[in-house]
Design a protein around this ligand. Structure first.
Ligand SMILES: NC(=O)c1ccc[n+]([C@@H]2O[C@H](COP(=O)([O-])OP(=O)(O)OC[C@H]3O[C@@H](n4cnc5c(N)ncnc54)[C@H](OP(=O)(O)O)[C@@H]3O)[C@@H](O)[C@H]2O)c1
Length: 281
């Protein structure tokens, strides 16, 4: 099926991969220099001039800790900008696919969160991303909210990049949190699934993160094993590393909608990680 896709956040980690994976389609990929989405006039002009049939909204303020101190910026960029993009998509007759996060959940359930679970963000980032979801629901009937988590991709910055650098250095044992669980997800795996989803007229909310689960410690260990690093890894707890924005203990996402639609599952996090690290040599 042919689509003309506008990618916002095209200069970001996910956006760069999306443009590469969508190379069979007509793509307009933009960053903040092309249009400041916190200004409704610019969001509207961008969507209209792109003549997109699908607006894939990936732009956001993703620095989770910074959102705690620069709250107004987080509201502006995550909540308001999404509202502007959603309205512009509606007025242009385009489908809106907006990228969201596990941070919309409280992270306290003892099982993976599915798409119908109640939200309860505990951070400014999570709260403003939830407002973004609500704006998409309110402003653009033809919307799909795609929640993902623990992303890494070419050029980073990401946990994989940090661990690949720190593991290669000599030094004291590296302490990594073991009491937070999630689904490490490559931007490549997510982009490939989003490419499939483009051809399916599904509306509502869908979770897309890699299959399987681990802790940050388990994720670090897999990265170290791949590289053959000798530096010692030591498990620690969230309480050992207080952060301005509290991290969810449970970031695991159940891909229930994907299953119910009969679409292929996401790859396992181990396979996606091996592909990513293998491609970097
Ligand atoms: N990274 C993760 O682990 C993760 C996990 C779950 C969900 N997500 C979601 O996935 C999406 C992509 O994340 P990412 O990590 O790829 O983000 P990122 O690398 O931080 O990129 C953010 C993008 O937003 C753009 N942007 C910032 N301010 C803007 C403005 N005023 N107007 C227009 N564009 C603006 C940036 O453009 P410039 O660079 O040109 O300024 C950049 O392209 C986000 O919606 C995020 O919330 C991410």
């Amino acid at each position: 099926m042919s689509h003309r896709v506008l990618i916002t956040g095209g200069t970001g980690m996910l956006g760069r991969t999306l443009a590469r994976v969508f190379s069979d389609l007509e793509v307009v990929s933009v960053g903040s220099k092309d249009a400041d989405l916190t200004l409704e006039s610019q969001a509207r002009r961008l969507v209209k001039e792109s003549r997109a049939t699908v607006v894939l909204h990936s732009a956001a303020m993703t620095a989770v800790d910074l959102c705690e101190t620069e709250r107004e910026r987080a509201f502006q960029l995550n909540a308001l900008a999404t509202e502007y993009v959603a309205r512009a998509a509606r007025d242009s007759g385009a489908r809106l696919i907006t990228i969201s996060t596990d941070y919309v959940f409280a992270g306290t359930l003892d099982r993976p969160y599915h798409e119908w679970d109640a939200c309860g963000p505990n951070t400014v980032y999570g709260f403003t991303k939830r407002l973004a979801e609500e704006a998409a629901q309110r402003e653009c009937n033809n919307h799909l909210i795609v929640r993902t988590a623990w992303l890494y991709g070419e050029e980073g910055p990401s946990f994989v990049h940090t661990m690949s650098k720190l593991g290669a250095e000599d030094g004291a044992p590296l302490r990594v949190v073991r009491d937070q669980l999630g689904n490490p997800t490559s931007t490549l795996a997510l982009a490939r699934h989003l490419r499939r989803v483009l051809d399916v007229p599904v509306k509502g909310t869908m979770h897309l993160s890699c299959e399987g689960e681990t802790s940050w410690f388990g994720f670090a260990r897999a990265i170290f094993e791949h590289h053959g690093f000798k530096r010692v890894l030591e498990p620690c707890t969230t309480a050992d590393f207080p952060r301005p924005a509290p991290r969810p203990a449970n970031s695991r996402l159940d891909k229930r909608v994907l299953r119910l639609l009969g679409l292929p599952p996401m790859p396992t996090w181990q396979d996606a990680l091996a592909e990513f690290l293998g491609s970097r040599g």
